[in-house]
Design a protein around this ligand. Structure first.
Ligand SMILES: NC(=O)c1ccc[n+]([C@@H]2O[C@H](COP(=O)([O-])OP(=O)(O)OC[C@H]3O[C@@H](n4cnc5c(N)ncnc54)[C@H](OP(=O)(O)O)[C@@H]3O)[C@@H](O)[C@H]2O)c1
Length: 225
């Protein structure tokens, strides 16, 4: 199926979708019924990566474009770049995000100490994103606690939940659907301010991975049916 055939479906652009985390999510969303565009700083890299993923999936599911072109065509834009590239990437697409949902999956790690919580100046990457893009964009924070190791084989069943924060409940609900489409349970976790806690959980998980010599710990919320 081509993206043209999938014309009536929700379009998701994954900026930095050439990388580890974004590509795993992108493949799962493509299989889960979204029209997915891989975004990159380089159009050729995006196209090559999309072709590799299509080969892995056995069909014409994804296309690749430069980040601004991908953002322009999408209904929902996912930001999947290292924290060091967070601000510059957002600045390059800011105007194209207006009226849309931005899903920020960034963890503000401070290499090399990635197993230690680093609270950025704006308290959370997602809060910094909201300030940068303005009120015309509904920012939702999600997927920070899901390792790429869980995502990169779409047939692998993922054993963890996704905490989802955002000030707009309808936008959060859209991202709950995206978590489900990627094979996980999404949990409403409150306003965007709560992204501080969710982003800070990832270095804790990275510490646990290291201490117990495992690839990918995750979180589960008990008591929610
Ligand atoms: N890896 C995980 O398990 C994991 C888990 C949860 C959350 N996250 C978060 O997800 C985000 C992406 O993680 P990742 O592991 O996928 O990262 P990554 O593979 O290192 O990078 C993702 C993409 O970001 C772009 N990029 C890299 N450096 C850049 C720069 N200086 N300026 C602009 N773009 C740049 C690259 O795309 P192009 O070169 O094609 O532009 C790259 O393919 C991070 O914020 C991370 O904290 C990761």
């Amino acid at each position: 199926m081509t993206t043209t055939d999938r014309g009536s479906l929700m379009v998701v652009a994954v900026l930095g979708g050439t990388g580890k985390e974004g590509s795993g999510l992108a493949m799962r969303w493509a299989l889960g019924g979204y029209q997915v565009i891989i975004g990159s700083r380089d159009a050729q890299r995006a196209a090559d990566r999309a072709a590799e993923m299509n080969k892995q999936l056995g069909g014409d599911y994804l296309v690749g474009k430069e980040n601004p072109a991908a953002a322009a065509e999408a209904d929902i834009v996912v930001l999947s770049v290292p924290y060091s590239a967070h601000k510059s990437t957002l600045e390059s697409v800011k105007d194209l995000l207006q009226g849309k949902i931005l899903v920020d999956i960034t963890v503000p790690l401070k290499p090399p100490k990635v197993r230690r919580v680093h609270v950025p100046e704006g308290k959370a990457a997602a809060l910094e994103a909201q300030t940068l893009v303005g009120d015309g964009v509904r920012v939702v924070a999600a997927f920070q606690n899901v390792s790429y190791e869980q995502l990169n084989k779409p047939e692998h069943k993922i054993d963890c939940d996704v905490l989802i924060c955002g000030d707009d409940p309808a936008a959060r609900e859209e991202v709950i659907k995206m978590a489900q489409a990627a094979g996980m349970r999404g949990i409403h976790a409150g306003p965007l301010d709560n992204a501080v806690a969710i982003e800070a959980l990832t270095p804790v998980l990275l510490f646990i991975n290291h201490k117990y010599s495992i690839a990918a710990s995750g979180i589960r919320i008990t008591g929610v049916q």
